[in-house]
Design a protein around this ligand. Structure first.
Ligand code: NG6
Ligand code: CA
Length: 506
């Protein structure tokens, strides 16, 4: 039978439409594909520790490159001047001063986040994300009286993370072991682990009873159990086969983070990659030892920078970088002597870890909470520097809006247009916390109400912000908070106090 020519042509045209339609649909799908989300969260990294934030004495090429590929915030804040409260605020979108137990936790503390509480990973999971954490946790585990030799629960896995590979608290606190999905990694059941923060176990050496074991001298605190020659906070017995290697910790977490990305490259994933640097004890891998000329604190910043570079290379190699939203930030401001003699003070030279800001870790002054804050998403965000006021607490509502979730909290603002550079108008105000005391930022102004207590936290030599008088600073004109304007501008002070009290009382 002879097929008329016009029907061949019609068939061809139809096929063409089908193919074009399919290609378009595919394009549309990949264009609208939810981005992967990664938080790279450093520990005690200061506003002035990165080249891109003004450091000249230390080189951070990989963090600088990331910052230059996205939006670098000059007014980006952690919620708190210490770790546990900041991480609580970051993950829950709730101000940590609303939670009375949000203080620096011992390694034996129960889980601070309630298992029925909303968190970023939980919200993302509801939207089809695979969620993981690698690195420092420090938000408590279990329900008290934890048996480290059984399944540890609740853990990150009960508050939204599908996968967790963590250290329980800090590098200077016991237990000095990794925990994966609720189980201590490499534990020998014949050598069970016991942990206590109140009293030692019989026959276990400490930095006081056996100073000859100590390779890193303690300055204040840090004189309990000695692990790998480093005296820690808290006492620990057993678990020998599970004990981590401090100098390999950075490589260890990097490998876990890279493995996670490779394993989940075909689904949208959220990875909270909480690196341990430059918190004490600073234990650079021998590859980085002596490389900064600034002692171990500088060396571990170089190590962290290299590690971040390697991690980003993995995203690139897997073809994921374009559609990955990366937030780089720190949990609180910098500190030099945080309990060990490690040359951080003596070898500092001209480096200014807090940049132009006043104070540091533990401080109500700006260096306590104003931290490096970068948002990169190569496929979507054009590089820029933004002066908008933003806080880590806003990531919950912002990411919710990005993925089409209506999760929010009264404290967390949807700043997605700011994080993607569509506007530079951020928050109007922000309550900041240090050691359960609070201060207030509004526009360019910072206000610290009167507080009892020492003005300088002696051991660490940081001005913490306590003063019998009200303090009021205009950060635009006086970023170093040198000129207290409380007396010369009583109207502004009154206005800020009223707003501050209204939020605090909410
Ligand atoms: C302090 C520790 C300090 C550090 C900090 C927690 C003493 C004297 N000092 O109590 O070394 O571990 O807690 O840091 O023990 S944070 O970044 O996790 O908040
Ligand atoms: Ca910290």
């Amino acid at each position: 039978m002879k097929i008329p020519n016009y029907s061949v042509a019609a068939f061809a045209i139809m096929m063409l439409f089908l193919i074009v339609g399919k290609v378009n649909a595919q394009n549309e799908k990949s264009k609208n594909k939810l981005p992967n989300i990664v938080f790279i969260y450093a520990d005690d990294l200061g506003y002035g520790d990165l080249g891109v934030y003004g450091a000249t004495e230390i080189k951070t090429p990989n963090m600088d490159k990331l910052a230059n590929s996205g939006i670098r915030f000059t007014n980006g804040y952690a919620t708190s001047a210490t770790c546990t409260p900041s991480r609580y605020g970051l993950l829950t979108g709730v101000y940590p001063w609303r939670e009375k137990d949000a203080k620096i936790l011992p390694g034996t503390a129960p889980l601070l986040i309630k298992t029925n509480q909303m968190t970023i990973p939980k919200m993302l999971k509801e939207k089809g994300y695979q969620t993981g954490i690698v690195g420092k946790w420090h938000l408590g585990l279990g329900e008290g009286n934890l048996d480290w030799n059984k399944e540890i629960s609740p853990s990150p896995n009960q508050v939204g993370f599908d996968y967790s590979h963590i250290m329980a608290a800090t590098q200077d606190r016991v237990p000095t072991v990794y925990i994966e999905n609720g189980f201590v990694v490499g534990l020998d059941p014949k050598d069970p682990i016991e942990v206590n923060y109140d009293k030692n176990f019989e026959g276990i050496p400490t930095a006081i009873t056996n100073p000859e074991l100590v390779k890193m001298k303690w300055h204040h605190g840090h004189n309990n159990s000695v692990v790998n020659g480093i005296p820690r906070i808290g006492f620990m017995k057993g678990g020998k086969s599970a004990i981590w290697s401090d100098v390999d910790m950075s490589d260890h977490f990097l490998t876990k983070a890279q493995d996670y990305v490779i394993k989940h490259k075909n689904e949208p994933f959220f990875l909270y990659y909480a690196i341990q640097q430059p918190h004490v004890p600073r234990t650079p891998n021998p590859r980085f030892e002596g490389k900064s000329g600034m002692g171990p604190r500088g060396d571990v910043i170089l190590e962290a920078d290299w590690t971040i570079g390697e991690f980003i290379k993995t995203l690139e190699k897997e073809g994921l970088l374009e559609n990955t939203l990366i937030v780089l930030s720190s949990d609180n401001g910098p500190v030099l002597n945080d309990g060990y003699y490690d040359d951080a003070v003596t070898k500092l030279g001209k480096h200014k870890p807090a940049g132009p800001l006043r104070g540091g870790k533990y401080s109500l002054f700006d260096a306590g909470t104003r931290v490096p804050f970068v948002v990169s998403w190569p496929g979507k965000i054009k590089p820029a520097v933004s002066d908008a006021l933003v806080c880590q607490i806003d990531l919950l509502s912002s990411l919710a809006s990005l993925v089409g979730s209506n999760v929010t909290t009264p404290d967390s603002e949807n700043l997605m247009p700011v994080f993607t550079g569509k506007t530079s108008i951020g928050r109007k105000e922000l309550v900041l916390e240090a050691s359960s005391k609070t201060a207030f930022r509004q526009g360019d102004w910072a206000m610290i109400p009167p507080y009892k207590g020492v003005p300088v936290y002696g051991d660490v030599n940081i001005e913490v912000g306590n003063n019998k008088e009200y303090q009021l600073y205009n950060l635009k004109e006086d970023i170093g908070q040198k000129q207290n304007l409380a007396k010369s501008n009583p109207e502004k002070l009154k206005e800020m106090m009223a707003c501050f009290e209204k939020i605090r009382g909410k």
